[in-house]
Design a protein around this ligand. Structure first.
Ligand code: MG
Length: 252
């Protein structure tokens, strides 16, 4: 069952998302060569708790961090640790916040200093695919419209959608129904209705689409060790169109 949210509940989720966006901007500003991912994690946790909120990932199924920090060929679910960022890296940062019982979830992949053309294209294409998916979050559309828009915008650029990792409904729980694949057919899947809130999160490999698990049981890597990117928003379907509840793209 897909749990629809009232406009008041969506406002509460947006308040959670506002904290998340401030956290994400603070962390991305700190992320530079020589900084470790555990330093970013500590800063994120401190900030989130200072807002009377809770890091949603910390302790989730035993995950030890407040953020996921996934460099280079790591796609998602990177445990923050002693890894020191280097010039030319890309780093995916995923943050979840619980405020007043409402979860928000968002991610972005950032360059650490100058990056090469291939890495830049990967980031640009993955981010654009997120916006293409969000544009389909209209009452009366189907989930497949969102999925297909993401898939087509990525595959048209010769990059690979990862099929085994998907987005999800979000609300009082971090993972609610439905699953949101980043590939699909227009017109298929559940019809989108006012009040549905989804975490839309394209995950893209620069070469092949396959992934493998890391030894820590959490981290996921591209199987061919090519670079991977991840951009995510929490988005509500409203009568006025899609409402991005974690607007990290907006100037603050
Ligand atoms: Mg998510």
């Amino acid at each position: 069952m897909i749990i629809r949210k009232t406009p008041e509940q969506i406002d509460l989720m947006a308040a959670s998302g506002e904290i998340l966006v401030r956290c994400l901007k603070m962390v991305t500003a700190k992320a530079r060569a020589g900084v470790t991912t555990e330093e970013l994690d500590a800063a994120a946790e401190k900030f989130i708790r200072s807002q009377d909120a809770v890091p949603a990932f910390k302790g989730y199924r035993g995950f030890p961090g407040s953020i996921c920090a996934s460099p280079n060929s790591m796609v998602v679910h990177g445990i923050p640790g002693p890894y020191e960022l280097q010039r030319g890296d890309i780093l995916s940062i995923d943050v979840g916040v619980i405020k007043d019982g409402w979860v928000s979830d968002a991610a972005m992949t950032i360059p650490i200093g100058p990056i090469d053309r291939g890495a830049r294209q990967l980031l640009d294409v993955t981010k654009a695919s997120l916006f293409a998916g969000v544009a389909q979050m209209q009452v009366g559309n189907h989930l497949g419209d969102v999925s297909a828009a993401i898939q087509h915008s990525v595959e048209a650029e010769g990059l690979s959608i990862i099929r085994t990792l998907v987005g999800h409904g979000v609300g009082r729980e971090m993972h609610e129904e439905p699953q949101v694949p980043n590939f699909g057919e227009p017109g298929k899947g559940p019809e989108l209705e006012e009040g549905m809130v989804l975490a839309i999160e394209p995950m893209v490999n620069a070469r092949g689409p396959l992934v493998r698990m890391g030894d820590d049981g959490w981290s996921v890597y591209s199987e061919d060790d090519s670079l991977a990117a991840h951009f995510e928003f929490t988005v509500a379907v409203t009568a006025d169109g899609p409402r991005i509840l974690t607007p990290w793209h907006e100037e603050s």
